[in-house]
Design a protein around this ligand. Structure first.
Ligand code: MG
Length: 274
């Protein structure tokens, strides 16, 4: 199943809606309405009050797309590719390195990444994100993690590198508004948790800057979910960006960053000074 979340205008009111997505020719299409996941209360209410909203199949490019996840938390993994840890001059971590991005950082596909004036270096980081589907607490050592995964999504872990390094703690440098572009779709039609890797490609103004395989994750998806859930309860809708491959670099105002992952489409966002 693949789906998107979009803003629907009905009787001069805008409401978040969900739709199933299919590949048609070269493009992704929203083809049928879908019930909102339980954690998206705004969409649940909209569906209750306007159950018969008209729906016309259309290419995703013609929709006002929203971030397809509404997480209670965004739990990120740092330095989870050996070549990225090396390029930043860091050792490979002995245990997963966790940090949080606030949900206020979420940005829709096509939304503008606002570069804060208090930073001199903003970087892109293309990543595969896990979307949790079922409450997940203290997973057992042999427990299959896949029933807890709703699907996967593309994330750009935008980072104010100078502030990240200067602060020591990563919250501010990683947490600016618009620093978590995500989408365009969530899909369970890939299975990187079970050893079917996908390729993460990042282009800056059309030039490939990152290309890594999730086969090279230092800590696998099952390992990450077991490690996180030993201390933090994961809720449906929570988002876990799994780390970025080598090739991160700075952006300038007006740049276009595109992150592409097999079967998940392309997440495109431009930058602007703010
Ligand atoms: Mg990252």
């Amino acid at each position: 199943m693949r789906y998107c979340r979009f803003l629907s205008t009905e009787n001069a009111t805008t409401l978040p809606r969900y739709a199933l997505v299919e590949q048609r020719g070269d493009s992704l299409w929203a083809v049928a309405p879908m019930s909102p996941p339980e954690e998206d209360l705004a969409a649940q209410l909209a569906a209750q009050h306007h159950p018969d909203a008209a729906f016309r199949p259309s290419p995703l490019a013609d929709l006002h797309l929203l971030a397809p996840v509404t997480p209670s938390k965004i739990l990120c993994i740092g330095r989870n590719y050996r070549d990225h840890a090396t390029e930043m001059g860091n050792d490979v971590p002995k245990e997963p390195l966790l940090f949080l991005k606030p949900p206020s950082a979420l940005l829709a596909p096509g939304g503008t990444i606002l570069m804060p004036s208090i930073s001199n270096r903003v970087d892109y980081e293309g990543e595969l994100g896990i979307v949790i589907g079922r409450r997940c607490h203290r997973l057992g050592p042999d427990e299959d993690v896949r029933p807890y995964i709703r699907g996967y999504v593309i994330v750009n872990d935008v980072t104010a590198r100078d502030i990240q390094k200067g602060d020591g703690q990563w919250t501010r440098g990683k947490g600016f508004d618009t620093f978590c572009p995500v989408g365009p779709i969530v899909s369970d039609e890939i299975d990187p948790a079970a050893g079917s890797p996908v390729t993460v490609t990042t282009r800056l103004n059309g030039v490939i800057r990152q290309q890594g395989s999730t086969a090279d994750l230092i800590f696998s998806i099952p390992h990450l979910l077991r490690y996180i859930s030993a201390s933090i309860t994961l809720e449906p809708g929570d988002l876990i960006p799994t780390g970025t491959p080598a090739g991160v670099g700075p952006v300038q105002p007006g740049d276009l960053i595109e992150v592409e992952i097999d079967h998940l489409g392309t997440l495109g966002n431009r930058t602007a000074a703010s």
